[in-house]
Design a protein around this ligand. Structure first.
Ligand code: GTP
Ligand code: MG
Ligand code: ZN
Length: 355
């Protein structure tokens, strides 16, 4: 197997050389099964164990990561020893209330932000995905699926163009084949495209359509509300027969953004620019004189919905930043206690040894 087909390039070659990788070989994680990963390498595909936990703090690995593998025994046991620095990573705030970054996909070149044209279409949700995508370092592309189920696709495409200036938008149908030819251009040798979106938008169906066969399981959507049933349960990276890689993911219930600074700037540069034009640098854009935002809302230069969206995202980010800082403080406090305890043990121990 030629690992270049899986995206190995000069960047990773350099990373490889700058790490202690003697006696190891490179591989890319293609599936995450919890304690085990499926990894592809020049020796084919194998299962590999997670790296050993150090200080109870195991490194987070994600599908798409390039890792260094070691053969543990002749009977085909492999262990991941280290991960190479990522080119890009798509993260979110981990679900379940914990303050933790969850890496959804690593080393992705393009992310398809998928929404279906029948039921799932929602601009506020798309904004979140776009922010996270810009933050990831990968190129976002909006893919509107199930064009065969929609009468006014053109109108919806126009709405997306307004929300996401400069981002490619495609309407596709896996039933009629519409638009599939156009999106093939993103799949070239060694390049990785990740599919993200709610359950039931047709991510796995698109993989099967591009692969030309049933590689992945797909599921009917619920009749009453057209939502998906969370058919895909783990992330998986696949090589397409015509070249290029596709990363299927389980549908996300919600996307809480982990980091948003770059993403907000990319998505809302017009709003942020306006806010900088206010007379007072600490303008709250409420009733202050010389508020450029209020003025733009009055003239219609700034759309009210877009402004509300920005406000909501700002507020959410502030809240999440507060939670992150609180966690950091707690960690530092714990580490401080640990250091003090070790110091105490060291000196007391040292004193004992002297006698
Ligand atoms: N009409 C129509 N139905 C489609 C299209 N693409 C997918 N579907 C249907 O939508 C349903 C859900 O498709 P999946 O591919 O399983 O959706 P998914 O995004 O992978 O969902 P999860 O794995 O749950 O995240 C299936 O019944 C598909 O047949 C399309 O282009 N047109
Ligand atoms: Mg799926
Ligand atoms: Zn203002």
């Amino acid at each position: 197997m030629d690992i270049k087909e899986y995206g190995w390039d000069e960047y990773f070659e350099n990373e490889w050389r700058s790490n202690p990788t003697d006696g190891m070989f490179p591989g890319r994680i293609t599936a995450d099964y919890g304690q085990m990963f499926r990894v592809v390498s020049a020796h084919g595909e194998q299962l590999a164990k997670r790296p050993a936990c150090r200080h109870g703090n195991s490194m987070q690995l994600a599908v798409g990561d390039w890792v260094a593998l070691k053969r543990l025994s002749e009977d085909g046991q492999f262990q991941i020893m280290l991960a190479l620095k990522r080119k890009t990573k798509f993260s979110r705030f981990a679900a379940g209330g914990e303050v933790k970054e969850q890496i959804v996909a690593a080393n992705v070149d393009t992310v398809f932000l998928m929404q279906s044209l029948n039921r799932d279409f929602n601009m506020r949700r798309l904004e979140r995905y776009l922010i996270a995508a810009w933050e990831s370092g990968a190129q976002p592309v909006v893919v509107l699926s199930k064009a065969d189920c929609c009468e006014n696709a053109d109108e919806k495409i126009a709405v997306v163009y307004n929300t996401a200036p400069g981002v490619d938008v495609h309407a596709i149908s896996c039933v009629t084949g519409e638009g599939i030819g156009d999106i093939k251009k993103y799949f070239t040798t060694g390049k990785t495209v990740a599919l993200l979106g709610s359950s039931g938008v047709g991510k796995s169906t698109l993989v099967n359509t591009l692969a030309g066969r049933e590689l992945l399981k797909t599921g009917e959507i619920r009749e009453n509300d057209s939502r998906g049933r969370h058919t895909t349960t783990h992330r998986e990276l696949l090589l397409l027969p015509e070249g290029g890689l596709i990363l299927d993911t389980p549908g996300m219930r919600e996307l809480s953004i982990w980091d948003a600074d770059t993403g907000m700037e990319m998505m809302f540069s017009d709003v942020e620019e306006l806010a900088r034009l206010c007379r007072f640098s600490d303008c709250r854009h409420q009733s202050e004189p010389g508020c450029a935002v209020k003025e733009a809302l009055r003239t219609g230069e700034l759309d009210m919905e877009r402004w509300n969206s920005w406000l909501k995202l700002q507020k959410e980010q502030k809240h999440l930043k507060g939670r992150k800082e609180a966690k950091l403080l707690l960690q530092q406090k714990k580490q401080g206690k640990f250091a003090a305890k070790s110091r105490k043990e060291f000196y007391e121990g040292g004193a004992r040894h002297e006698y």
